[in-house]
Design a protein around this ligand. Structure first.
Ligand SMILES: *Cc1c(COP(=O)(O)O)cnc(C)c1O
Length: 398
């Protein structure tokens, strides 16, 4: 799937490099943690956590994922538009007036109340569709977000199961604290989920495949015995939290690099950037790098983050601007215009922050760092160690 020729000439120097081999390796590593009968759902919502959903979806399927998951109808439509035929589950709750579009794109719809179920039933009857509409029932076992409470779940399950226009494709729940392995709440949720499933069976409803585990639960081995698990963050080689490290051999797939566009002297007393928050005490060199908060390199990194230049840490001087930053070329470091700059890199030798470090500096988690990387940063895909394709920047767009 080449969206343009894999030629980097003319590409913006600030770019995200996505290693598809790392994604494939992570899928295999996750599958190796599961019982043989448990299948992997690859969660590619939010543009595959910023990696580029169609690219990641294809590689994850090739590496053995059986199902894809997205949050919104348009995310599902994008995958269909790219020719992906695998099952796609809409994890998020959608509006009744989005149901027809979801059905036409053959997306599997998550239902948690009667209003949405009735909209799905109506669409299934009135639309001419090539197959029955697949429905997943979401049960709230404690997250208190979307989901039917267990007492309502049995009647919803019965209504889905008897409708000849629908295919009952799954029952699931979602954990609140699986990334805090010391918290017994996950076990409580699992117990409530098991009870809800028993109640549905006792009511004479044939149970479809069930799923509960996210990345953290897969790694800690909770709820992996159901027919499916839903892996997001771990697929990308990023730990769900500091308390749930990834097993050996799983690697981050994305790094961000740029280059030096200008080098200049900074003399004692000079100030750098908006509002003059950095004042030089000694003579040094500044390097201009074309990345800023409009790329997702947040302003909260001002004066706090660093980048890697030729094996040295180069601190950000003063404020992060919308489109650029200034870093100090460390004394003794070699640096020229055009030299590569590591902005975000899991390889310690590059001397740049990894995702977890950058997230800490931004006061957030790895999920938000990844999903905050804007579309004006082009993605360069690597497969079998070579450039496989490029997704160009989308000007001015998120
Ligand atoms: C996003 C999401 C996931 C994936 O979570 P990770 O922690 O990224 O593995 C799983 N299930 C649901 C319902 C989600 O919304």
């Amino acid at each position: 799937m080449r969206e343009s020729s894999p030629n980097l000439t003319g590409l913006r120097p600030t770019r995200a490099i996505v290693d598809l081999d790392a994604i494939a390796g992570n899928v295999q590593a996750l599958r190796a943690m599961l019982p043989k009968s448990t299948e992997l759902m690859a969660v590619v919502k939010a543009d595959a956590y910023g990696h580029g959903a169609p690219w990641i979806a294809r590689v994850a399927l090739e590496a053995g994922a059986k199902v894809l998951a997205v949050a919104t109808v348009s995310e599902g439509q994008e995958l269909r538009f790219q020719g992906i035929a695998a099952p796609i589950v809409l994890l998020g709750s959608i509006e009744p007036d989005e149901v027809v579009a979801a059905c036409r794109a053959s997306l599997e719809i998550t239902v948690a109340d009667e209003v949405l179920l009735e909209a799905v039933q109506l669409a299934a009857r009135s639309e001419t569709l090539s197959s029955r509409v697949a429905v997943h029932l979401k049960i709230d076992t404690g997250l208190r977000r979307n989901g039917a409470l267990p007492e309502l779940a049995t009647s919803l399950a019965a209504r889905i199961a008897v409708d000849p226009e629908l295919r009952f494709a799954g029952i699931f729940t979602h954990f609140a604290s699986a990334d805090e392995p010391g918290d017994s709440f996950t076990a409580d949720q699992l117990q409530r989920f098991a009870q809800a499933i028993d109640d549905i069976r006792d009511a004479g409803v044939a149970c479809p495949p069930t799923h509960a585990a996210n990345s953290a639960a897969i790694i800690t081995g909770q709820g992996t015995h159901f027919e499916l698990v839903r892996a997001g963050i771990a697929l990308y080689g990023v730990p769900p939290s500091a308390d749930v490290p990834l097993p050996e051999g799983m690697t981050p797939a994305l790094r961000i690099e740029s280059h030096i566009t200008r080098i200049f002297r900074i003399e004692p007393g000079d100030t750098v950037g908006y509002n003059r928050t950095y004042r030089a005490e000694r003579s040094t060199r500044g390097a201009l790098i074309p990345i800023g908060y409009a790329d997702g390199y947040r302003r909260s990194l001002s004066g706090r983050a660093w980048v890697g230049i030729n094996g040295h840490r180069a601190p950000v001087l003063g404020r992060v601007s919308m489109d650029q930053i200034v870093v100090e070329v460390p004394p003794g470091a070699q640096a020229d215009i055009g030299d590569a700059v590591a902005i975000l890199d899991g390889n310690a030798a590059q001397c740049a922050p990894g995702i977890t470090e950058l997230a800490e500096l931004m006061g957030t988690n790895g999920y938000e760092v990844l999903t905050g990387i804007r579309r004006r940063i082009p993605r360069v895909y690597i497969k079998d160690g070579e450039i496989f394709g490029v997704r160009p920047a989308r000007g001015g767009q998120t």
